[in-house]
Design a protein around this ligand. Structure first.
Ligand code: PSU
Ligand code: MN
Length: 300
């Protein structure tokens, strides 16, 4: 393990050594998911939310070919503003490390880095999943959830995806999906999807108990804690559906494929719904960071 090209920020390392709660945060949402300077403001807001709930934040990114767990202010600035920061998922890690490049980590790559650093809880907005127009396009986030023992706190998968197919995939591969204060899978911008979940928890202690049982059983793999967007920031599904339909057509017409699909669709939906979807996105990210900190605190 010591040979890993991994740099754990001193504050994060100290917290982990002394058994204090730590929450990992991804950087793809900062570099490829949100415009500047909203992304920098969000990074600071997430930092504050995690600390306000008693945990230490650790944004994950790759710089100079080193996997960083916890960024300095300069490093955060680079990830959020430099052009050419790559989108790095599991398959991209060897190339980016070998070439000494800069990259922002997806949910899959952030889970790996968190696990290597010894962090059990990770907060983000939405995971990748099974795409609607192309069911063979399955995000690497899903198999990562099936194999890497990190809890991902999110608001479900973004509504651009095939939510029923994504939920089925997680069931097949044994990934527990727990609704936080809900019995339904949240649909990112909207609180409900109509898709019932098998598990619900209403307190950080209940969540921590399920994680401990997963460990005790030696099941391996991760877990999803699905937290609905705060009600005041919710966007009705009907408003989002129109924008998604338009975005899916645009992706097809412009022949967008591979890793470019998700950032393209997210950017199109944001452009077509104006401020409302952006505000919902930011609100759920802040809320998920706060919930993750409380769960991390209940787990240590
Ligand atoms: N969902 C969002 N915003 C994002 C992403 C997902 O609302 O920025 C990013 C995450 O980093 C996620 C990635 O891990 O997109 C999934 O990309 P793909 O579908 O190419 O695996
Ligand atoms: Mn894909």
């Amino acid at each position: 393990m010591s040979d890993l090209p991994l740099d754990v920020h001193a504050e994060v390392a100290a917290a982990l050594r002394s058994g204090r709660p730590v929450v990992a945060l991804e950087s793809t949402v900062l570099a490829h998911g949100l415009p500047h300077p909203v992304n920098m403001q969000l990074a600071h807001d997430l930092d504050r939310e995690v600390r306000a709930h008693g945990a230490v934040p650790a944004i994950v990114a790759v710089l100079g070919g080193r996997i960083k767990v916890g960024l300095t202010a300069d490093e955060l600035q680079r990830v959020a503003t430099e052009p050419g920061v790559l989108k790095v998922s599991r398959r991209d890690l060897p190339l980016v490390v070998a070439r000494g490049l800069a990259g922002a980590t997806t949910v899959a790559a952030t889970m790996l880095a968190a696990h290597w650093a010894g962090i059990a809880v990770f907060a983000t907005g939405g995971i990748g999943g099974v795409h609607r127009a192309a069911p063979q396009d399955i995000s690497a986030d899903l198999p990562e959830l099936a194999r890497t023992p990190v809890m991902v706190v999110c608001s479900g998968a973004k509504a651009i995806l095939d939510l029923p197919a994504t939920l089925e995939w997680l069931e097949t591969h044994g990934v527990p999906v727990i609704g936080y204060g809900t019995s339904e899978l949240p649909a990112f911008y909207s609180r409900a999807s109509g898709l019932q979940l098998a598990a619900r928890a209403d307190t950080p202690q209940q969540v921590a108990a399920i994680v401990r049982a997963q460990r005790a059983l030696g099941l391996g793999g991760g877990m999803l804690l699905a937290v609905p967007v705060p009600a005041a920031s919710e966007v009705p599904a009907s408003q989002i559906e129109q924008a998604i339909a338009t975005a899916l057509v645009a992706a097809q017409v412009q022949n967008i494929v591979g890793a470019a699909v998700t950032p393209f669709l997210l950017q199109q939906v944001a452009a077509h719904t104006g401020g409302t979807s952006l505000q919902a996105n930011l609100a759920l990210l802040r809320n998920n960071a706060a919930v993750a900190a409380q769960v991390a605190a209940a787990l240590v």
